[in-house]
Design a protein. Structure first.
Length: 137
């Protein structure tokens, strides 16, 4: 029998949103079937990086509304971030890990390394789709 869990959040792109996403992940993991500790840790890392990027790159001139949907089932974890910011012009195929001296720019590279799928869509804002398949411990 397949088990599913999901949590949705709405809010403004600010540091409080990142904290709320972490709290929602804690709740999701309590109900996440078939997930090992490494799967949880790496998914949390990727979600945290994307959430932080959304907040850091939000427009300073007006509040950006963000919806976050987190999900888990027997196969894996998923997250969808949707915002109403100007579309981010990002080519995920060109994302690489910056050098050791860089003070930023690692977030998407880390997310790509820890997820099975990371998609970015720009239709009236930004949509980030994250997916990690359970591997077990």
């Amino acid at each position: 029998m397949a088990t599913e869990a999901s949590i949705s959040l709405d809010g403004i792109a600010d540091p409080v949103l990142v904290d709320r996403v972490h709290e929602a992940l804690d709740q999701l993991f309590e109900n996440a079937p078939g997930a090992g500790e490494e799967d949880r840790m790496l998914f949390r890392l990727a979600v945290s990086e994307v959430a932080t990027n959304v907040v850091e790159h939000a427009s300073q001139r007006e509040p950006i509304h963000v919806t976050v949907r987190l999900g888990a089932d027997d196969r894996g974890f998923s997250a969808v971030f949707t915002d109403d910011a100007d579309p981010a012009l990002i080519d995920l195929s060109a994302v690489t890990m910056p050098g050791e001296e860089a003070e930023s720019g690692r977030g998407l590279a880390i997310a790509l390394a820890t997820l099975d799928q990371l998609l970015h869509e720009t239709d009236g804002g930004n949509t980030w789709r994250l997916h990690r398949i359970h591997r077990g411990d």
